[in-house]
Design a protein around this ligand. Sequence first.
Ligand code: NDP
Ligand code: 13P
Length: 365
Amino acid sequence: MQASPKRNRGRRVAVVGAGSWGTTFGKVLVDAGCEVTILARRPEAAQEIQVAKRNSQYLPGVNLPKRLRATSDPARALEGAEQVFLAVPSQSLRENLAELESYLERESLLVSLVKGVERGTSMRMSEVISDALDLDPDRIGVVSGPNIALEIAKEQPTGAVASCVSLAAAQEIATACSGPYFRSYVNTDVVGTELGGVLKNLIALAIGIVDGVGYGENTKASIITRGLAEMTEFAVTQGASPTTLSGLAGLGDLIATCQSPLSRNNTAGRLIGQGFSLEETKQQMQQTAEGITSVGPVLELARERGIAMPIVQQVQMVLSGRMRPKELGPHLATEDDVPRAELSLGIGKQGAWRRLLGRMKGGRA
Ligand SMILES: NC(=O)C1=CN([C@@H]2O[C@H](COP(=O)(O)OP(=O)(O)OC[C@H]3O[C@@H](n4cnc5c(N)ncnc54)[C@H](OP(=O)(O)O)[C@@H]3O)[C@@H](O)[C@H]2O)C=CC1
Ligand SMILES: O=C(CO)COP(=O)(O)O
């Protein structure tokens, strides 16, 4: 690795979460020149990173930088941190923030690296942060992109988007996390950047499922392409710009996650496609697969806005055992629908959507 960039010299930041992404992101920040402390919930995990410069559970075989610090003490981790990067599972973020609130610096930026939505509220993580800490949106950022942790931990080059409604804050975040192998671009479309990361997980589950069944590249290409249309329509109805969904945080991450056997969402889908139940799959997965918990809240929001997401709908039906994996395919959702223009985003409420809603009655994944 090249010498640390000077522009981040003296910049203190913290990462909350010592799993595969929190640890990798800590390394990205150190290699970008920041002074980084990771907050781990288990003292032994903090100790291993701090002393052995390893995280054997989540990043086997990876040597972490000497300058990367870790602790399980929130006061020590957050002291002086001008940016706090959050890398815990979406369903625990609210309770984690409540525990951290009293240790946060008054001016610090809170940056979500989390790619899920909250069950029960259907909130995006930036909304959860705002709600839990009563922060102004210009202190809340998001970093998202095609960022498979293990590849980045091995210093394979990639890009991401740092987003905040304040362009100046987005630039600060991007500066902190741009280094020799990780380049951050900026935008102010927090909704689009965040939803790109959430929605690609659902399409990656679909890809994993059809892969597990044994379907080939035509099926997967159809799902990826129609999946991007579903992602874009959904995100736009939530206030996103469509261009964000065709950038790194949308299409970029969709490609990475759908292609990589390292993706946990893709892997979870593959196990289900091979015939394992959702419970068996969760037991086999030792890491966070956000798509499994996001599918319900996303469909809830889609229903509220009256938009159809046939692929995501089918993923939910497969996860809940109401559809066989081999039935999942973009063509099945439109078999009794009126033919329509391929590039139209609007999927409409008629035909297949109603039929799917009918089949859905009786529970959710
Ligand atoms: N891995 C990746 O390639 C990427 C992941 N992300 C996103 O980052 C987020 C974190 O994922 P990732 O690091 O991969 O997940 P992992 O499963 O690898 O690690 C989860 C981390 O969160 C901790 N944790 C689990 N439950 C709780 C809780 N209730 N309270 C506090 N901490 C908890 C775990 O601690 P413990 O070890 O003690 O259980 C562990 O440190 C997800 O939203 C994911 O989508 C985004 C980009 C890339
Ligand atoms: O978000 C990711 C890559 O950008 C990681 O995807 P998984 O959570 O499916 O491993």
